[in-house]
Ligand binder design. Structure first.
Ligand code: 9WO
Length: 259
């Protein structure tokens, strides 16, 4: 797979991809990243990529010409590409979209804006606008990197053990169980006994229960989207009893007497 990033700050993109798992995957040819400096596609002496907004107002807007010329340059290869503009008004990125991009696209092109906005006509050359969350940043570079990271790690060969991808949170649809490593006791804080027991069935059940507990407490919305097994329902019942005392629903009213 290939990612193309259009930006006026290519070093931001380079820096992140020069470390860790993504660097290694690029070296091994799992995917490729082409960084295109939008400023290289200006035609004026000052290499200007921004200009004043029509209608007035504060700040500057990215000019359409350099972005269109950079895209024309890329399109000479005649290959299919999916073009995204990173914008807080785009549709919100999530794991399902990451999976779709990893599966469907041979080339993903990401346009990162700066200043106070991008000329609206750039939207005529993009396939979708994507947001990574409801906040405003100083540019689209971090969102582009977030999308590259989330998609690239799903490509076969990027992450060493694909089990860690298929077992993780959001692939399963619930949050992750608590993790511990040595030492077994640290500053008085003990690792749960069950994890030291060597009983793999008990460990599996404990992890599932704690993952459900965390999801129930922090992201109950996620539980509505997935199919819970009979075991899950039993574990949730146990959690309810632990956290709120015994369930009152199965308790008969005092007026019923003890028949
Ligand atoms: C800024 C903006 C603010 C309110 C409503 C819509 C908006 N669109 C943009 C925009 O496209 N800004 C450009 C990219 C230029 C200024 C900096 N940019 C930016 C992208 N800031 N924040 C993002 C972003 C992108 C994806 N997900 C979250 C934030």
């Amino acid at each position: 797979m290939r990612f193309e990033v259009l930006t006026i700050f290519p070093n931001i993109i380079k820096a992140y991809l020069s470390e860790g798992i993504l660097k290694r995957a690029i070296e091994r040819g799992v995917f490729e990243v082409d960084i295109i400096n939008i400023r290289d596609f200006t035609t004026d002496k000052h290499r200007q990529v921004d200009d004043y907004p029509y209608g007035g107002g504060a700040g500057m807007v990215m000019k359409p010409e350099p972005i269109f010329r950079a895209m024309d340059h890329l399109k000479r290869d005649g290959k299919k590409r999916y073009v995204l503009l990173l914008s807080p008004s785009g549709r919100v990125f999530n794991q399902a979209l990451a999976e779709e991009y990893a599966e469907r696209f041979e080339c993903l092109t990401l346009i990162s804006g700066r200043y106070e906005g991008v000329d609206e006509r750039v939207k005529t050359i993009v396939d979708d606008e994507v947001s990574i969350g409801d906040y405003v940043l100083t540019g689209g570079e971090l969102p582009a990197l977030v999308i590259i990271d989330a998609v690239a790690r799903l490509l076969p060969g990027t992450v060493g053990d694909m089990m860690s991808v298929s077992e993780e949170s959001f692939t399963s649809g619930i949050l992750e169980y608590p993790q511990y490593t040595r030492p077994a006791e640290f500053r008085g804080l003990k690792v749960p006994e069950v994890l030291l027991s060597g009983n793999h069935e008990e460990i599996r059940r404990w992890r599932r229960k704690e993952a459900l507990r965390k999801t129930l407490n922090r992201r109950p919305d996620l539980l509505e989207k997935i199919k819970l097994s009979d075991e899950d329902l039993r574990l949730i019942q146990e959690i309810r009893e632990e956290e709120n005392g015994p369930d009152q629903s199965s308790r008969r009213d005092i007026s019923e007497g003890d028949t």
